[in-house]
Write a protein that binds this ligand. Structure first.
Ligand code: SAH
Ligand code: SF4
Ligand code: F3S
Length: 461
């Protein structure tokens, strides 16, 4: 049997999908490259902005009509999972009664079992199940779909399978978020913060390293708050203890993490840069807004000055560090002066990369109650202006690398083909260079020949 998995959203969803793929493979399933000949189609979707949900509604519509047009009827089974399933799963099955199951964000470990059971019963001509106790429950009014968005408190502990050990692997260290930023749906769809035991995380990374992984990215919504539920040992935060332990794992050459929160960016974390040799000279540190008044309305408990201080201290420790961020423009009540403050903080921080989002009100979040009063056109203008700033800084940063020799981890063939491979520098810059495919998974040295805002053209040095 074959499963097609389609993933939207952040690296947490990506990582959950990897676990699910490995779970299917362990059950003897193949992973399909297209939905056309799959027995099960699973969409792991994101709710963070309205646009993200709308895209998936469109996709589900197309999948459902494609299935209705197929002679076999009844297959593939179609499932919606992840954050969007958690948020609006019941609504979605009332719109598309043909969807077979909905599993929420705390059911990840159960997804493969549910899909397998549905497909087996269909193939045996037994129509729609009642699934065995504990596997799902019928709650939707308009369809016989299984909708289970209940909380399995041990689900996150089970997310440790990997289909393969890529050169650069993702490892979840925690789930959920307790920060309650007023615009953000994540606490609602992912629940409160829960950290995995350190021993489990280290074992997972050791296994990846044995299979060939060289770089790990530790994942969490507030990753540097990892382990705040556990006692501290020796006065050191559990996140820094985790970094130190990963730094000791043989075979692992590079460590990254995402996303840290400015409020938990401790001095000892800053000091880890430059002292833990595997910790890469790169940080993705979301600023969100540069105006203190707006940060307060956002329930982001730091000021822009504190953020800039972290960045300048990091630059002092590691002068070549690359810093990226997330920014939202057009929050309710954001004036031109607020925007100018964001722009100047943006300039001062000198981001090499940034994800700039237009504010999108999300039902169920506190800021959805505030008037969404910055016109869409104005949001677009502010977005474009920051992108203009970004282009200048990232072009200058990439340009400064021309002529230099950089260490890259060769990840695999580049999309453009023609013998071109893709690797990343420790500072997370993408480099493209001609090299034999056998180099994938190893560290190589490349000379930078030219640079655009997003990539470096290079050759093996
Ligand atoms: N936990 C991470 C972010 C997770 S969501 C952190 O706190 O940094 C990823 C990004 O989506 C956020 O950083 C934010 O910039 C953006 N985002 C979240 N909610 C949004 C909304 N309602 N409208 C627009 N962008 C949003
Ligand atoms: Fe959302 Fe804030 Fe939590 Fe990030 S820290 S996931 S933006 S609530
Ligand atoms: Fe989206 Fe869920 Fe990530 S809402 S941003 S996929 S945690």
């Amino acid at each position: 049997m074959k499963v097609y998995l389609r993933t939207y959203g952040c690296q947490m969803n990506e990582r959950d999908s990897e676990h699910i793929a490995a779970d299917f493979a362990g059950r003897g399933w193949e992973i399909a490259d297209s939905p056309d000949d799959a027995d099960a189609i699973i969409v792991n979707a994101c709710s963070v902005r309205e646009q993200a949900e709308l895209k998936v509604v469109g996709l589900l519509g197309r999948l459902v009509s494609a299935r209705l047009a197929r002679p076999r009827g009844g297959l593939p089974a179609i499932g919606l999972i992840g954050c969007m399933a958690q948020n609006v799963g019941a609504k979605i099955v009332s719109k598309f009664p043909e969807i077979d199951f909905v599993a929420g964000s705390r059911k990840t470990a159960a997804v493969a079992g549910i899909a397998e059971e549905i497909v087996r019963r269909r193939l045996a001509g037994r129509g729609h199940p009642p699934l065995p106790e504990g596997m799902g429950r019928r709650t939707a009014k308009f369809s016989d779909a299984f909708v289970d968005v209940s909380d399995d408190p041990s689900d996150f502990l089970k997310i440790d399978k990997h289909l393969s050990a890529p050169p650069s692997a993702l490892v979840s260290v925690m789930q959920g978020c307790q920060m309650n930023c007023s615009y953000c749906i994540v606490p609602k769809v992912r629940g409160a913060q829960r950290s995995r035991p350190m021993a489990d995380i280290l074992r997972e990374i050791e296994r990846l390293a044995e299979r060939g992984t060289r770089e790990v990215t530790l994942l969490g919504q507030v990753v540097n708050a990892y382990g705040r539920e556990f006692p501290r040992e020796g006065g050191i935060s559990n996140f820094v203890r985790l970094l130190r332990a990963v730094n000791e794992i043989g075979g692992i050459e590079r460590i990254r993490f995402t996303s840290p929160h400015p409020s938990y960016f401790s001095d000892e974390l800053i000091d880890s840069y430059g002292s833990l040799e595997k910790l890469c000279e790169y940080v993705h540190l979301p600023l969100q807004w540069g105006s203190d008044a707006i940060l307060k309305k956002m329930n982001r408990p730091y000021r822009a000055g504190r953020f800039l201080d972290i960045v300048s201290r990091l630059r002092k420790r590691v002068p070549n560090i690359s810093v990226s961020t997330d920014i939202i423009v057009g929050f309710p009540g954001e004036t031109e002066e607020d925007f100018e403050l964001t722009r100047s903080a943006f300039r001062e921080a000198g981001f090499d990369m940034a994800f700039i989002f237009r504010y999108s009100p999300r039902a169920g979040t506190p800021s959805a109650e505030m008037p969404d009063d910055v016109p869409e056109e104005e949001k677009r203008r502010r977005n474009a202006e920051l992108l203009g700033e970004l282009e200048k800084t990232s072009r200058a940063y990439n340009g400064s690398l021309v002529g230099s020799v950089q260490e890259v981890l060769v990840e695999g063939p580049a999309r453009r083909g023609e013998g071109v491979m893709m690797g990343r520098t420790r500072t997370h810059r993408k480099a493209l260079f001609k090299a034999p495919e056998s180099l994938a998974g190893s560290l190589a040295r490349v000379r930078v020949l030219s640079a655009t805002t997003t990539a470096l053209e290079a050759e093996l040095a």
